[in-house]
Design a binder for this molecule. Structure first.
Ligand code: HEC
Length: 121
């Protein structure tokens, strides 16, 4: 498969038609695929006693270190089960320190959980 940044995401997304509505300057907006810690998520994270700086750091790592070879992948495109297999494989390629590794894992786990809570509402 081609992993050219940006094109990769645009051309291979199964839900491309669905996401077409979200198209911003030729591709999907980063906010949609790598959600920022919004007010809503902030409250949720605080309720759960999570570290906000760690989650913010995790998102930053996701957007910088994790995009060296491909454009940012939609976090929720994969299930928690799939991420369990993907994350260790990708982390190994990324040469992250222990803190950044924990941060990116915490971020992805939190976003997945917040999504499942949301859809359960
Ligand atoms: C050294 C290059 C490189 C880095 C850095 C990298 N990836 Fe990847 N990633 C790949 C390649 C290549 C693929 C295509 C599948 C494969 O070959 O494993 C991929 C595929 C993926 C996929 C799609 C699922 C899959 O298994 O195909 C996800 C999600 C992903 N990467 C997330 C991440 C995350 C999160 C990080 C940061 C922790 C990261 N990647 C860092 C090279 C990289």
């Amino acid at each position: 498969m081609t992993i050219h940044p940006a094109k990769w995401l645009c051309h291979n997304s199964i839900s491309a038609a669905l996401l077409a509505a979200l198209i911003v300057s030729g591709c999907v907006s980063t906010e949609q695929i790598v959600p920022p810690i919004s007010d809503h998520l902030l409250t949720l994270a605080q309720d759960e006693g999570l570290s906000i700086p760690q989650l913010e750091r995790g998102r930053l790592v996701y957007l910088t270190d994790c995009t060296k070879c491909h454009s940012p992948e939609s976090v929720t495109r994969y299930t928690a089960m799939q991420w369990k297999e993907i994350m260790p494989r990708m982390v190994k390629q990324t040469s992250l320190n222990t803190n950044d590794r924990a941060a990116v894992e915490a971020y992805v786990t939190f976003i997945l959980r917040s999504e499942s809570l949301h859809s359960g509402e």
